[in-house]
Design a protein around this ligand. Structure first.
Ligand SMILES: *Cc1c(COP(=O)(O)O)cnc(C)c1O
Length: 305
């Protein structure tokens, strides 16, 4: 039986995204694999890219521990929020905690902590005036900030200068900005964009007889796909037989799609890929591209191709 929704993961696309980023930025890539690699599956993603990246970044130690992520690579994981994690647990999973207070830095000194610097986000990061105290307490050799503007990257440059630290600031949105590059870049979305193709098929197709569905939508012809909001889908854009169409109404496990005259039950419906980008879907759903990618990556049965 074919899955109701098929989520194809194309590791070759992730690899070529990384190769392009390395070529353009000329610095190593720390791959952001938080939230199970943006929904794509950390266990599939890490082995596919491990030779191309310098290390990994994610949110919590639990993400490494629960997936045995440390067995998939010899490289280390920077974890943003280690809370009260134990030193031996961090060490045995090759997790380097982000530290932003003297207390944390002291506690995690043996784990090679990374200084997190606040340049505007105002969370999980050290205020500029405490940088030297935290660096000293943790013996930190590396510092990063979660910059979302060039000004924040410049500020990071200024407040961390002259301390011979390995530094990184740029996620996907600042990859093009030379000033934001420092010693590495730390993208997530830019690694994965274009690497997921999501398809389903029409389980019904018919000419409409007046208003249809719960909402009484009007369309000359419509079909049904076996996916709804319980899968994380929303009304918005899709493609049927190479033509952009609308998902007109979303139900719990099914959705209504507008159709052209020749579309038939059994035909494939593309929810992402084949020219339909994460940005296209995000726009039609009224959300960000990260959220669109995550929801689509999670909406069906994942297969590697
Ligand atoms: C999520 C995250 C990134 C990656 O962001 P993208 O926009 O997906 O590239 C980089 N750094 C930190 C601290 C993050 O939390």
């Amino acid at each position: 039986m074919q899955p109701a929704i098929r989520v194809e993961l194309h590791p070759a696309v992730i690899r070529s995204n990384i190769a392009r980023i390395v070529q353009e930025t000329k610095v190593p890539v720390i791959a952001v694999v938080k939230a199970d690699a943006y929904g794509l599956g950390l266990r599939d993603v890490i082995p596919a890219i491990d030779d191309l990246v310098a290390g990994y970044y994610l949110f919590q130690p639990r993400e490494v521990i629960a997936t045995a992520g440390h067995r998939l690579t010899r490289k280390s994981f920077i974890a943003a929020w280690c809370d009260d994690s134990q030193v031996d647990e961090l060490l045995s999973h090759r997790i380097r905690p982000a530290a932003w207070s003297v207390d944390q830095a002291m506690r995690w000194r043996s784990c090679d902590p990374v200084l997190a610097v606040d340049t505007g986000q105002q969370r999980f990061a050290c205020p500029p005036e405490q940088i030297d105290a935290v660096l000293a307490a943790g013996g930190c050799r590396e510092a990063f900030t979660h910059a979302s503007s060039v000004d924040q990257a410049r500020h990071f440059q200024a407040i961390t200068a002259g301390r011979s630290l390995v530094r990184h600031a740029a996620g996907s949105s600042l990859l093009e900005i030379a000033e934001a590059r420092f010693d590495a870049v730390r993208p997530g979305f830019a690694l994965y964009r274009g690497s997921v193709r999501v398809t389903t098929h029409l389980i019904d197709a018919r000419d409409s007889r007046g208003p249809a569905g719960y909402t009484g939508f009007i369309a000359p012809r419509h079909g049904v796909i076996p996916g709804g909001y319980s899968n994380g889908l929303a009304a918005g854009v899709c493609m049927v037989n190479g033509t952009r169409r609308r998902i007109l109404e979303i139900g719990m496990q099914t959705a209504f799609v507008e159709l052209g005259p020749t579309d038939r039950a059994g035909d494939e419906v593309t929810l992402l890929g084949d020219g339909l980008t994460e940005d296209d879907v995000a726009k039609s759903w009224g959300c960000g591209r990260h959220e669109a990618l995550y929801r689509l990556a999670r909406c069906g049965i994942r297969v590697q191709v």
